[in-house]
Design a protein around this ligand. Structure first.
Ligand code: BG6
Length: 467
């Protein structure tokens, strides 16, 4: 039986806003989420999984259950409550304690600088669309490198640029809740990639000893049939959601084919993309120095051509079959009857992960190193007598780990896997209703309970074999 290499990292992921809670403690400033969520009145993120207070317990559990890596993120608004200005000593000290605890438990921290949590004052100035935000992000990164750079070996600039812009400007389930504005989404993605690149270059100029990368959500797009129209639609969505970002990340420029497809989308949506030669100089320098790419993978999509007006309904309840996703000038996501889906209509398709890993090896051969930085299954888990029987999650993770093993065997350099999530956390658009954790969190008492999947994951990490 094939085994994972001895050096392969078995970890789990968290993100500051989704895990920490304590949104008004320790001098923390606001992100764009707090007021928005309060106004919606549906979910309260103020305690989340209480990681701010319980990180020692959680790291002890991670260690006990065989993990040697954890993704954490630094809440920008804890360090700079207004996004810029004077650092907040309590916030700075918290991340020293957290990183120290990771290291003392031999759970290597992989630290993300932006995980969907722009500080409110910078969001109000235009978020990624404003120059002020982009400059402030570079300053925040420089501060974190200077402060924690001697302890942190793995840095991640941005988590999932595509999800950010899709949430903000296409699906509209992230503030400012704009729908179908593809030109804004594409412009913001470009700005994120230039900001990412500036930070990579800065990290390398200062000769820090660690490694730096970026995390993309990369989900394969398949035509639902072999017709020319459906193939074109799948390629268009693949270009918009995946290739635009991979081109920028690995090559520091957009290929002529990518630009052609993006220009067509922009034309159909009456928009344009503003770039400068300086952007590409920065992006190319970063592409040459980037150490790794993190891939978040949950699902793939089956696409058919679409002539209608854009229409999207985001399933945030787990009512199976309620999703709609049709994008003018791009395509429509449709059900593939031979592929199972979660209650949130996410196709469970491990082949899509293997295909994506192989695609990167073939088309972006300069990628250096990959990690699967998020993968997991959201479900409405139930705690019965202190136990959670989540065999569906075990099956999901097993087949995705198998896909990674297959890709490694085919020569793809994948160095680790981080399950989303370590413990149940707050979900941006589903609140506490969609659980992913290896550890069940009772959000009333904040007690933790290992799920069946936690025991299984421990046996996999210890044996390096799938069972
Ligand atoms: C990833 C994000 O896209 O998906 C996480 O990086 C997020 O922050 C995860 O929680 C799962 O998404 P959801 O909407 O199911 O909670």
């Amino acid at each position: 039986m094939k085994k994972f290499p001895e050096t392969f990292v078995f970890g789990a992921a968290t993100a500051a806003f989704q895990a920490e809670g304590a949104v008004t403690e320790g001098g923390k400033g606001k992100t764009y989420w707090e007021d928005y969520l309060r106004e919606q009145g549906v979910f309260d993120p103020s305690t989340a999984s209480d990681f701010y207070h319980q990180y020692k317990t959680d790291l002890a559990l991670a260690h006990e259950f065989g993990m040697n890596g954890i993704r954490i993120s630094i809440a920008w608004s804890r360090i700079f409550p207004d996004g810029t200005g004077t650092p907040n000593p309590e916030g700075v000290a918290f991340y020293h304690r957290l990183i120290d605890e990771c290291l003392s438990r031999q759970v290597e921290p992989y630290v993300t600088l932006h995980h969907f949590d722009t500080p409110l004052p910078l969001y109000e100035k235009g978020d990624w669309l404003s120059q002020e935000m982009r400059d402030a992000f570079v300053d925040f990164a420089a501060f974190c490198f200077a402060e924690y750079g001697d302890k942190v070996t793995y840095w991640i600039t941005i988590n999932e640029p595509w999800s950010v812009v899709a949430g903000q400007y296409i699906i509209g389930h992230f503030p400012p809740n704009i729908q179908y504005d593809l030109p804004k989404a594409i412009q913001a993605m470009h700005h994120m990639m230039v900001s990412h690149a500036r930070i990579v270059n800065l990290y390398k100029e200062k000769k820090y000893a660690g490694e730096i990368g970026i995390v993309h959500i990369l989900e394969s797009k398949y035509p639902i049939s072999d017709s020319l129209e459906n193939r074109q639609a799948a390629l268009t969505e693949n270009t918009l959601a995946n290739l635009f970002l991979l081109d920028a990340t690995c090559n520091g420029r957009y290929s002529p084919q990518t630009m052609q497809i993006i220009s067509d989308i922009l034309l159909q949506n009456n928009g344009s993309l503003i770039t400068t030669p300086a952007d590409f100089a920065v992006m190319q320098a970063a592409a040459e120095q980037l150490d790794f790419i993190g891939i978040n993978y949950y699902a793939s999509h089956f696409i058919q051509s679409y002539a209608g007006e854009s229409l999207i309904h985001h399933n945030a309840t787990g009512d199976k079959g309620s999703s709609i996703f049709g994008l003018k000038g791009v395509g429509q996501r449709v059900n593939n009857p031979s592929v199972p889906t979660t209650d949130w209509d996410w196709p469970i398709y491990p082949k899509g992960l293997k295909d994506m890993l192989l695609y990167i090896k073939k088309h972006y051969p300069n990628y250096r190193k990959l990690f699967v930085t998020e993968n997991g299954m959201g479900a409405k888990d139930v705690l019965v007598n202190g136990e959670v029987a989540d065999s569906g999650r075990i099956d999901y993770v097993r087949v995705h780990l198998q896909a990674i093993l297959d890709a490694i065997e085919a020569g793809v350099n994948v160095q680790g896997y981080f399950m989303w999530s370590l413990m149940d956390v707050f979900s941006w658009t589903n609140g506490y209703n969609k659980r992913y954790g290896l550890f069940y969190v009772d959000f009333e008492t904040q007690a933790r309970y290992p799920k069946q999947s936690a025991y299984w994951y421990k046996s996999v990490s210890e044996s390096r074999e799938l069972m």
